[in-house]
Design a protein around this ligand. Structure first.
Ligand code: TRP
Length: 337
């Protein structure tokens, strides 16, 4: 039986942090052998809010290099850049024309992001979920590994599939395939170092709130030294009154690779002064090989470019077939060769 297909992506906006890594990429790496995987860097999504043209390309390559450095294996996975495959933008247009406007204005993430942009909300921000649906549908993906916050976008994707198949497919011959979200709860939500009730996020103005994958050991040491804790001695998982404690223990568990029970027993009588150096060393040791590999890759531009060229070719072949299927179902004339 053919392997199921997985597709996912990350936006090239600034640096990846532990939340992106532990909540997403690490899970892609662990599951990749079971699936036929496509991982893209979604640079078209990055311009849905004001962006810096001077850094977009470098940020995009950096994410692709980090995918490789984190262990994405080209024997199982294809890595490519969204804007290198024009079918993404083209399918978005075809889907736009069957998407009811209120489906988009009702999206939680749109409402949240639109508030932050104030007067300057572009049409692209509203259309973000349709572009994401195109990413998924072009590859007939079975599973889409994402964080909890993206679940609504996958539901919209499924609604679009039903609508398109109903309008343009035959009952026994659907045009597009409905994807399922793959959401891991275990360690999926990494919280801010400065507020254990908020997600670790690229958009937090304080860099002290997150550990970036490329932070130096000194920076990591300083961030953990100054992170928010509580005055209680003895560290436990899962106490709702102690969100920072739960977050830091979870980080320690994931970064050290020790089982939860072992971490719970090790830390139950500890104070923060004893725990913080342990967490620091676990973070530094876990990130060191990723950082070393990242620097090797990014300093060998030809290597990365050739991987992305192959990725683009493989992705485009599949994407163009799906696009063609949709155009035929819509009734377009096709250019004669
Ligand atoms: N919106 C996703 C996020 O912010 C990124 C993304 C874009 C994505 N296209 C995708 C994720 C397709 C999965 C599949 O995390």
């Amino acid at each position: 039986m053919a392997k199921q297909r997985v597709l996912s992506g990350v936006q090239p906006t600034g640096n990846l942090h532990l939340g992106n890594y532990l909540g997403a990429i690490r899970n892609w790496v662990e599951g990749q052998h079971q699936y036929d995987n496509f991982f893209c860097v979604v640079d078209l999504h990055a311009i849905t809010v004001p962006h810096n043209p001077a850094t977009l390309a470098a940020d995009t390559y950096a994410i692709a290099a980090l995918y490789l450095a984190c262990g994405i294996d080209l024997n199982y996975s294809t890595i490519f850049i969204q804007s290198h495959v024009p079918a993404h933008a083209e399918l978005t247009w075809l889907l736009n024309c069957i998407t009811p406007l209120n489906w988009l204005t009702d999206m939680i993430q749109f409402k949240e992001k639109a508030v932050k942009q104030g007067e300057n909300v572009g049409t692209g921000l509203l259309d973000y979920p349709v572009l994401m649906a195109s990413d998924i549908l072009l590859y007939d993906a079975d599973k889409v590994p994402v964080g909890e916050d993206q679940k609504q976008h996958i539901e919209l994707t499924r609604d679009l599939v039903n609508r398109l198949n109903h309008q343009f497919g035959k009952p026994d011959q659907p045009v597009l395939k409905s994807p399922e979200p793959l959401i891991r709860t275990e360690g999926a939500r990494v919280m801010s170092l400065t507020d254990g009730t908020r997600k670790m996020s690229k958009s937090d103005p304080s860099d002290m709130s997150r550990i970036n994958l490329l932070d130096s050991p000194e920076v990591i040491r300083n961030k953990i030294k100054r992170c928010k804790t509580d005055p209680v001695r003895g560290l436990v998982f899962g106490d709702p009154e102690r969100p920072e404690c739960n977050n830091l223990l979870t980080l320690y568990m994931l970064l050290s690779g020790k089982p939860r029970d072992e971490v719970a027993a090790e830390c139950q009588d500890m104070g923060w002064g004893q725990f913080k150096p342990l967490l620091t060393e676990a973070a530094i040791a876990h990130l060191k090989p990723i950082q070393d590999r990242y620097h090797e890759i990014i300093n060998e531009k030809g290597y990365l470019e050739s991987i992305l060229r192959q990725g683009k070719e493989k992705a485009a072949t599949i994407a163009n077939q799906t696009l063609q299927r949709v155009k035929i179902a819509y009734g377009f004339s096709l250019p004669t060769p």
